[in-house]
Design a protein around this ligand. Sequence first.
Ligand SMILES: *Cc1c(COP(=O)(O)O)cnc(C)c1O
Length: 366
Amino acid sequence: MQVPLLDLKAQYATIKDEVLAAVSEVLESQRCIGGPKVAELEEKIAAISDSRFAVGVSSGTDAILNSLMSLDIGVGDEVITTPFTFFATVGCIARAGARPVFVDIDPKTFNIDPALFESAITEKTKVIMPVHLFGQMSDMDPIMEIANKYNLAVIEDAAQSITSTYKGRKAGSIGTAGCFSFFPSKNLGGIGDGGMIVTNDEQLYERLFVMRNHGSKPKYYHKYIGGNFRLDAVQAAALLVKLPHLNEWSQGRRHNAAYYDKRFAGTVIKTPYINPDCVTIYNQYVIRVPRRDEVAAYLSEKNIGCAIYYPVPLHLQECFSYLGYKEGDFPESEKAAKEVLAIPVYPELTDEQLQYVASKIEEFVR
Ligand SMILES: *Cc1c(COP(=O)(O)O)cnc(C)c1O
């Protein structure tokens, strides 16, 4: 049996005709950038995210970069975030000219530990950037409390968590801005790169909107230095076809996760901890196992896809050596990097595939 980590062909097969028709409509119109599809998608993503405004952008990375630039974050500023995330979170902070400041994670959720970061705040701190990793939101109440106390902006990196909730509140809607990615492997994935920023702040919305097109307003007059952060119309068209399925796909992922949870209970396999305040969308189902690399090799041998998100915490990446961090600075992030393993959880998995994955893992760790 073959079980990939993610099977986008299986998903595509269920919506192929609609996607082709929607893409064809854009091609016939030859309005390839921006336009009505992008506006419609923005409206719908704002609505499902309980946010007033949304700005479609070229990627999740550019959603983060545009948010930082639109908040005038740059040289001399510090942004607090987690070292246990995808590179883009921290790459954008550095590209904006600011200094990334790391705080360790809560080992249960893999998200930034709010109990730790008040001591990381200095007079240069401008932003806190929690990352809602693997589909589960960060513990937002204490984050917002500290942010408000020190008058800091909060940018939610919700690239992996569109529509997930914390105390009934949607990802992206709690902070100053929320950033989504439509990279194909995200829960709502396009047919290429794409992203979106949501916010309830009208002034910020206007700035984000202008910044995505070189800061131009009116055309050829530049009060700000923006970028080309625009979203393609074909992406919006494909995403509009997929959007009505998002909840049922997330439900399918939760169903598969529940199967593993039950099956692995009482074994040495540590299943994901979900905060009772949260509803996760399981962008990844991440277990901790002893002899992780051997388990991963064994699964590959058995034609089961798996992946390590993420093998090297950001404070130990070569490009960030100038920040002066060293091994041992963030022990929980470093430990997680050695133990985590993402296994297939995508909604189209069959019962046979689920059972096969679970039994192969059990077989190895027994
Ligand atoms: C995917 C991802 C991004 C970047 O999104 P892209 O669309 O790939 O640019 C940023 N942060 C996190 C946590 C991600 O998972």
